[in-house]
Write a protein that binds this ligand. Structure first.
Ligand code: NIG
Length: 420
C-alpha cells in the first residue's frame, strides 16, 4: 500500500469481512473486526483491519472519509435471485390468495407467469427500463450492490433476448452490478401446448444468447405445472456445454426430486427448496450446490412449510437468502424482511442470515469475490445503523442501511439509524 486511499470507511463498531477461512461456523466466516476500517483505492479494497492499525500513508487531504458512526460495516449485499424486469400488475392475485386461491390454480386460470408474459411482450424497452429502475433503487436502499436478474417473461426468442438486453442496459443506468440469467423454461408460453417444439426452440435461443454473451446462467422451473426433470435436463446440459452456469427453481410447491436433479447437474445453485427431501439435502451437500432460500415467496404464497434452512446448514450446505423480487410470488425488494423470515421460519441464526446475503450470495452466483471484503476485491460495502447482527433481524422488515459504497463510490446515504 503506497498510495493514499481514495475513500476510507472508518469508525465501524464491528466490521464483517465475511472472508474467514472455509470450514468455520457462520460467526467465524463473518470474521468480525471490532473497530474496523476499510481503505479503498481505484474501486478495490486496498487495506482492511482494525482502525488502530491504519497505515499513516493511507490518509491524505485527498482521502474522502465515510464515518460508520460505530454501526456495522459489511460487504455489499448480494440478492442472488430476482425477476425484477416486468410489466403489468398482478396485485389482484395477492387478494385471490388471501381468499384461499393457490399459485397453480391462479396460473391455471390464465394468471401467474403467463399474464406477466403478455404484459412484457406488449411493453417497450423504455417502459421495461423505467419500470425496473425504481425497483433497483429500492434494492439499493436495502444495501444490495449485486443482484441476479432473470429473463423468463418473454418465452419467445425476440422477447427473451430483449429482456436480457434491457437487463444489460439497466446495469449501466444505476449502481447495482447485475448478473443475467436466461430463464426459458419458466412456463409454457400463453396459448402454446407443443412442449417438444418449445424445448427445441429454447435450445436454439440458448445458442444465440451464448454467442452474444447475454447471460451468465441458464435456469429452469422444475415443478408440476411447469417442467419435469426429464424436460429440463437436455436444455441445461447444453447450456453448460456452451459455458453457462446452471441455476434451478426446485422443490418449491411440491417435492419433485429437484434438489437431486440440481446436484446431478452440478448446478451452482438450487433455489426455493420448501419441499426438499432428506435425500435432496444430502445430494446438495455432496455436490456443493448452494441453496438459495426465498422466505418472502413462502410467505406471500402462503405455503405450508418454509425451506428447512437449519437442516441444510447442519448438513453442510451453503445457504444464501434472496428476495425473488417479482410481480407474483414475491412482489417485494425487502431483503431486510427476508433476513428476518430466514431466522423466524427457515431456522437460521442471525449470523447465518447475514452470511446468506453476503458470502453465500456471491457463492450462489459462482463468484467468490462477491459478498466479501478482502484486499484486491471489489470495494462494495454497506454501513448499517445497528449495534449488532441481532438488531438487523429483530427489527422486522426495516432497513438499517445508512450508506452504500459500490466500486469505491458512496452511492447512497440515508439516516436509517434503525435501532429497536
Ligand atoms: O421464483 N417459481 C417460479 N418463478 C417465480 C415466480 C414468478 C411469477 O410468479 O411471476 C419464483 O417464485
Amino acid at each position: 500500500m503506497s498510495r493514499p486511499f481514495d475513500l476510507l470507511v472508518r469508525n465501524a463498531g464491528t466490521l464483517f469481512t465475511a472472508d474467514g477461512p472455509d470450514g468455520g461456523n457462520a460467526e467465524q466466516l463473518l470474521a468480525p473486526i471490532p473497530r474496523g476500517a476499510v481503505g479503498i483505492h481505484d474501486a478495490h479494497v486496498a487495506w482492511i483491519g482494525a482502525e488502530g492499525d491504519l497505515p499513516r500513508e493511507g490518509i491524505a487531504p485527498s482521502t474522502k472519509v465515510l464515518d460508520a458512526g460505530e454501526g456495522l460495516v459489511a460487504p455489499g449485499f448480494v440478492d442472488a435471485h430476482t425477476h425484477l424486469v416486468w410489466a403489468g400488475d398482478r396485485s389482484h392475485e395477492f387478494a385471490l390468495r388471501c381468499a384461499g386461491a393457490d399459485y397453480l390454480s391462479i396460473a391455471g386460470a390464465g394468471g401467474g407467469i403467463a399474464s406477466t408474459v403478455r404484459a412484457v411482450r406488449e411493453a417497450s424497452d423504455d417502459s421495461l427500463l423505467s419500470l425496473a429502475l425504481p425497483r433497483l433503487r429500492r434494492l439499493l436502499a436495502q444495501g444490495v450492490t449485486t443482484a441476479e436478474v432473470k429473463s423468463g417473461y418473454g418465452l419467445d426468442a425476440e422477447t427473451e433476448l430483449r429482456m436480457l438486453r434491457v437487463i444489460e442496459l439497466l446495469g449501466t443506468r444505476q449502481p447495482i452490478r447485475l448478473v443475467r440469467t436466461f430463464l426459458w423454461l419458466h412456463a409454457m408460453p400463453p396459448g402454446s401446448t407443443d412442449r417438444p417444439a418449445f424445448l427445441t426452440r429454447g435450445r436454439n435461443v440458448l445458442h444465440e444468447i451464448a454467442r452474444a454473451g447475454l447471460a451468465r446462467f441458464a435456469d429452469a422451473f422444475v415443478e408440476e405445472g411447469a417442467f419435469s426433470p426429464d424436460e429440463v435436463r437436455p436444455f441445461l446440459e447444453e447450456a453448460r456445454t456452451l459455458g453457462l452456469g446452471l441455476k434451478l427453481h426446485v422443490d418449491q410447491l411440491s417435492s419433485g426430486q429437484g434438489a437431486e436433479l440440481a446436484a446431478s447437474l452440478r448446478a451452482i445453485s438450487a433455489d426455493h427448496l420448501e419441499s426438499v427431501s432428506a435425500a435432496g439435502i444430502a445430494a446438495l451437500a455432496e455436490a456443493r450446490v448452494t441453496a438459495v432460500l426465498i422466505p418472502t415467496a413462502t410467505l406471500v404464497l402462503r405455503l405450508a412449510r418454509y425451506a428447512p434452512g437449519r437442516a441444510l446448514v447442519d448438513a453442510g450446505v451453503r445457504v444464501a437468502i434472496a428476495t425473488n423480487c417479482n410481480p407474483g410470488s414475491a412482489p417485494t425488494e425487502n431483503l431486510a424482511l427476508a433476513l428476518s423470515l430466514a431466522c423466524l421460519h427457515n431456522g437460521l441464526t442471525p449470523a447465518e442470515a447475514l452470511l446468506g446475503v453476503t458470502r453465500r450470495g456471491g457463492e450462489a452466483l459462482g463468484d467468490t469475490s462477491l459478498g466479501r471484503l478482502r484486499v484486491g476485491g471489489p470495494a462494495d460495502l454497506v454501513v448499517l445503523g445497528a449495534p449488532d447482527v441481532d438488531h438487523l433481524v429483530a427489527h422486522v422488515g426495516i432497513s438499517h442501511v445508512q450508506a452504500v459504497v459500490r466500486a469505491g463510490r458512496t452511492v447512497l446515504r440515508s439516516d436509517n439509524a434503525a435501532r429497536c
